[in-house]
Design a protein around this ligand. Sequence first.
Ligand code: ADP
Ligand code: MG
Length: 702
Amino acid sequence: MEKGQHITDIYGQLVFNDKVMRERLPKDVYKAVKKTIENGSHLELDVANSVAAAMKEWAVEHGATHFTHWFQPMTGLTAEKHDSFLNPEKDGTVILEFSGKELVKGEPDASSFPSGGLRATFEARGYTAWDPSSPAFIKDGSLYIPTAFCSYTGEALDKKTPLLRSMEALSREAVKVLKLLGHDEVTRVDTTIGSEQEYFLIDKEMYKQRKDLLLCGRTLLGAPAPKGQEMEDHYFGVLKPKVSEFMHDLDEELWKLGIPAKTKHNEVAPAQHELAPVFETANVAVDHNQLTMEVMKKVADKRGFACLLHEKPFAGVNGSGKHNNWSIQTNTGLNLLNPGKHPAENTEFLLFLMAVISAVDKYADILRVSVASAGNDHRLGANEAPPAIVSVFVGDELQAILDSIEQGKEFTESGKVQMEMGAEVLPHIQKDTTDRNRTSPFAFTGNKFEFRMPGSAVSVANANIVLNTAVAETLEEIYESLKDVSKEDIPSAVKELTKSLLEKHKRVIFNGNGYTDEWVVEAEKRGLDNLKSLPDAMPRWISDKSIELFTKHKIFTKEEILSRYEILLENYSKTRHIESLTLQEMVRKDFLEGLIAYQSDVLDEAIKKKSILPDSPCSLESHVASKLDCVSAKIIKALDKLSEDTAEAEKNTDALSCAKFYQDTVLADMEVLRSYVDVAESMIPESYLPYPTYGEMLFSLR
Ligand code: ADP
Ligand code: MG
């Protein structure tokens, strides 16, 4: 920001937001657009024409020359194709044009996007359709119009369409339940999301020297540095000046795009950081998270960094996730997961709480699928991130309330406790009634749930599609069991229902430490799934239960479900395949060269020594040379095995068995090969190594 400028001057500068629309659109057009945004009503073409004209004018004033329909194909990334506003006139001049039709609909060739068999290549046509509920913005000289992407025959080829469908389903079911509870004033319920984004920053020059980071986003080899995260000195630590400058730039770029970046800090692992925005409506939050990732990379590059968004860029230190804070809020402003002052008497809260808990228990396996990716497999289930077992943390106070409901007893509030800090000068702070739990995959955190399983690199759309749909389903069940109850009997019926839901689903509640082996055993006893990897989890996606859930609420058709199954499995296998080839190349071409050069120098040294000191046993040289020789033999053998198994994997034609083969055999081979290379690496001086080490990458930033 320039001197004298305030956040308020730049915030939303590049966004065609509500304020701009109010200023620039004729009143009736503005009203019509607002109605579409708020109620999802259809937008007439003349309204679209008027919006397009205003958008173009505003965009051109802000230096834009092009517009693009911006969409989120099933790659998990974003896609764009730019058209200029330019329209040549006969007299050799141009005029700038942008019609309502161009705003509302685009026709990108869809044949090169993954469709999982939904569309043959010859049926290339795809459509993008404007999503007026997510504001258009300007980036790099183009007007970006958020859009949904579907095939010629109407199947969703993206992540936005099912997300919007799931938000509508949840809203519909929640409104029905709220009506039974006497809330006639509520006409819509919004899903709100705040997704905290973790990332690593390393020096750009070092990044460029690592083929594994360049091609796979994660290191495939590298001996651990002498220091890792054991000193716990990075978490919330003082920001290094260059990192602080990066974060400052990043905030500014995000603010201009109307992304409410709020909190920034160092994370647990060295070189790891986090950014948290203020929560927004789900589809806007998802769009903004996609943009945040992109801007992070761009700003990092400008500042001489590489921003790593992979879930596990470095072995041995924490990986990165995307904590998905989730709640539901009525259009009258009521957060349905806010317990209020007296949660035990807050029947709405308890009912919605139980709707979420029931949904998580019933659809835990599908939620697990929603966060499955090759990258996240390295994180979930390892001893750092949430375990692969889905469970819900509610905390002490809520647990006590739930216990009292179950036992049919009166709940007595413990009351707020004042913190005793032991120094009079410090302010008096009220203690929260429950401590935090960092190990739970799905934790109640005061007035929202925090789903901690999503990986850092991929869109959070999937996780929210599943969560919204699962909760919509349990709300519908709740509605069905209450709909014939008379008004007077509702309070007691709600109590009974809450109790029976609790009895049925309490097995998913776990307030203890999710990292322990005891929990794995206990979870198994409770009948909870422990789906450790993507190939383990994927069959659940096409189970009858899953198909019934999604088709009933019209989130996915059966074909759309199957297509996503194929795409996820294929993507997994392709990722592992590229990793395998990259690792082989790094070892064969680069690492072995360094190893041989060093070994040769050591042996030359021994020969030289022998010629001058014929009696010397050359203990040091022989020790090093023979150790390297021994490990070299293992490296070659492991390399051959990896290469053979990778060729074998390619022969697999069934998507699931192919992914399983990559998981069980190829990935395992890669680990073995890596373990030998890492042993050798730790013996070889850095000057012989073809790439920077863990120590250099993780600790060299100033
Ligand atoms: P912490 O994780 O430390 O509890 P906060 O309470 O500040 O941090 O919230 C973390 C994230 O949760 C932020 O992105 C915040 O905007 C988001 N959040 C807060 N309230 C809600 C809500 N009602 N719905 C969705 N997200 C929320
Ligand atoms: Mg958090």
